[in-house]
Design a protein around this ligand. Structure first.
Ligand code: MN
Ligand code: MN
Length: 269
């Protein structure tokens, strides 16, 4: 039986624009336990008591820190070795590369489904190989996944398109979401959700506002459609200092619940 661990990864030193995502995990937890809602998923599973919350990982929270990256990889690896599926709460998107390094140790045929406004494929961004603009470039270079499917992309430079072509990334824009065929996914799946993939009207608590994004319902439909097994997930880029009446924290908490429900329903393999 699958068990789910929740781990806060408060690493926000690799942002290119604003900081504040280190406070994200605590704020999403507060929303999850606020009493505003209940413990059940939309499918009626009371999932919140089934989450084993490990709190926040202790990090130096330094820019381009390979020590921090290695700490994250080791922490995820430890949970996977114990047979748990991990849902990580960021932090900025830089956390996903060290997470994927660990997941790839356990799954050599991984598919990553990545919701974001941005492809995060920069070969180099401001001289920081661990930038939050580059996690998927680093993970692809390391061979961490067999397939990367990006959803909700709506601002990509020519360089990013070139990188997508180089690595065979399937980039599905926000306007083309109907073209996502979840039924084509095979094998273990890792889900990475950058909250700026959603429209800033429903998720303003992010550092980079990119209008024209996904609705909460569209992202929930993506989660529901994943065939599984889902072996891990992250929800990143929540920046409480940018939020309005905690609405993005609640979106993060809802996604956390529904992802957990989907992992438990499909099995983590
Ligand atoms: Mn991102
Ligand atoms: Mn983004």
């Amino acid at each position: 039986m699958t068990s789910i661990v929740v781990l806060g990864i408060p690493w926000d030193a690799n942002s290119s624009h604003r900081f504040g995502c280190a406070a994200g995990p605590a704020a999403i937890r507060a929303a999850l336990h606020s009493g505003s809602g209940n413990d059940a998923t939309e499918h009626g599973r009371p999932v919140v008591p089934e989450l084993h919350d490990l709190g926040d990982l202790e990090l130096l929270n330094e820019r381009a820190s390979t020590v921090d990256a290695d700490t994250i990889t080791a922490a995820i690896d430890q949970q996977l070795c114990a047979g748990h599926a991990v849902i990580s709460l960021g932090g900025d998107h830089a956390i996903t590369y060290p997470i994927l390094r660990a997941v790839a140790r356990h799954h050599d045929d991984l598919t990553v489904v990545h919701v974001d406004a941005h492809p995060d494929l920069y070969d180099d961004f401001e001289g920081n190989p661990l930038s939050h603009a580059s996690p998927f470039a680093r993970a692809l270079e390391d061979g961490c996944m067999q397939r990367l499917v990006q959803l909700g992309i709506r601002t990509a430079t020519q360089h990013s398109h070139d990188q997508a072509h180089r690595f065979g990334v399937e980039m599905i824009g926000a306007r083309d979401l109907a073209g996502f065929d979840a039924g084509s996914l095979r094998g273990p799946i890792y889900l990475s959700i950058d909250l700026d993939g959603l429209d800033p009207a429903v998720a303003p608590g992010v550092s980079h506002h990119e209008p024209g994004g996904l609705t909460v319902r569209e992202v929930l439909d993506v989660i529901d459609a994943l065939p599984g097994p889902i072996v891990g997930a992250d929800v990143v880029e929540y920046n409480p200092s940018r939020d309005l009446v905690d609405m993005t924290a609640m979106v993060g908490a809802k996604l956390l619940k529904e992802i957990a429900g989907r992992i438990l329903t499909t099995g983590a393999g």
